[in-house]
Write a protein that binds this ligand. Structure first.
Ligand code: HMG
Ligand code: MG
Length: 300
């Protein structure tokens, strides 16, 4: 197809975004086994856990042990979510290549998710970014609710731009724009990218789609036409933010691979191995994941 990039980098965020919303406890042993499987799929980036308050995200309370014990593939960059300096210290001890800081463009979601106003989040993240950079780590700044907020409705692109500018000025290497509740349609993606790409080169932008309304693939296709080459996804379509009511999982990595490989874009990821990783975690969770691809291969 015309005007599409030849290569895309996918960050598999299943072990973090995928598991954070699950009631079913996955043992540390099995998390490690799953991340090791993902490490051998050819994926270049994995977000392996989250160093947040264990009261708020009990499913990932073993982040330190997971980080210490996963078998690192030298071709994979391992990152984790970090909300504050304490989280960064734990993450550095456990081992990270990249730190992901996070906040929302909308005031109410920011408050519910990290218990702070947008304004009072900046100094905290600025310090985390500074320390992480001093430790030689890549820093991604996640901005949530960039299209719609579960509490405030539509969010204007200028508001999102402001947060991106703060994070980049503080030293973040790149920005992941999050459709936290999975409600955006392609025209919203266009409107946001028109604003954001006036300020930042496409290399600094990652798109992170949840798939509540089934629009994530259409949105990714739209972003590809803008030259975006980095996307987050979760194998099996796992995921969701416990502080974003109604949000479904992230777009399924297998659907993204089917699209990208189908239109001739290289990812370096084996679809077969990614499906196996999806079947593994589906069986550990003991429930069918919202994945067309896993349903399809199970019916073959
Ligand atoms: P706070 O409520 O402001 O209060 O937390 P705090 O800083 O005093 O901490 C509260 C408790 O957590 C205390 O424990 C702290 O010690 C502990 P207590 O004294 O009550 O026993 N604590 C920690 N423990 C371990 N590691 C830490 C840490 N920090 C504090 N690093 C805080 C503020 C940000 C920590 C809290 O609100 C929090 O952890 N929130 C995380 C919520 C979360 O993880 N949400 C999901 C991820 S975001 C997402 O999914 C969106 C994304 O995918 C993109 C998209 O889809 O849009 C990224
Ligand atoms: Mg998310």
């Amino acid at each position: 197809m015309r005007n599409l990039p030849s290569e895309v980098i996918i960050k598999e965020v299943g072990p973090r975004d995928g598991l954070q919303n699950e009631k079913q406890w996955i043992s540390t042993e099995n998390k490690i086994a799953w991340i090791n499987m993902l490490s051998n799929t050819g994926v270049k980036e994995i977000e392996y856990s989250s160093f947040v308050s264990p009261q708020m995200i009990p499913a990932l309370s073993d982040a330190r042990e997971v980080g210490r014990r996963i078998k690192r593939n030298p071709n994979v960059s391992y990152s984790a979510l970090v909300p504050n300096i304490r989280g960064l210290e734990y993450a550095l001890e456990a081992g990270i290549d990249g730190a992901s800081v996070f906040m929302s463009a909308s005031e109410t979601h920011n408050q519910k998710n990290i218990n702070k106003t947008v304004e009072s989040t900046y100094p905290i993240l600025e310090e985390v970014i500074k320390e992480a950079k001093q430790a030689g780590k890549n820093v991604t700044g996640y901005v949530s609710t960039v299209f719609d907020c579960p509490y405030e409705g539509r969010i204007q692109p200028d508001k999102v731009l402001k947060v991106c500018e703060h994070l980049i000025n503080a030293g973040a290497d790149d920005i992941s724009l999050g459709d936290t509740i999975g409600t955006a349609v392609p025209s919203q993606v266009e409107q946001l990218l028109e604003v954001i790409m006036k300020e930042f080169p496409k290399e600094k932008l990652i798109l992170h789609f949840h798939d509540t309304r089934g629009m994530a693939i259409a949105n990714i296709m739209t972003a590809l036409h803008y030259g975006i080459t980095r996307f987050d996804s979760t194998v099996g379509g796992l995921g969701g933010c416990p502080y974003a009511p109604g949000a479904a999982g992230n777009v399924d990595t297998n659907d993204v691979l089917y699209l990208l490989h189908g239109v001739g874009i290289h990812t370096g990821i084996s679809e077969r191995k990614m499906q196996d990783a999806g079947l593994y975690i589906q069986s550990e969770l003991g429930k069918k994941l919202p994945s067309r691809s896993l349903a399809y291969i199970s019916n073959l």
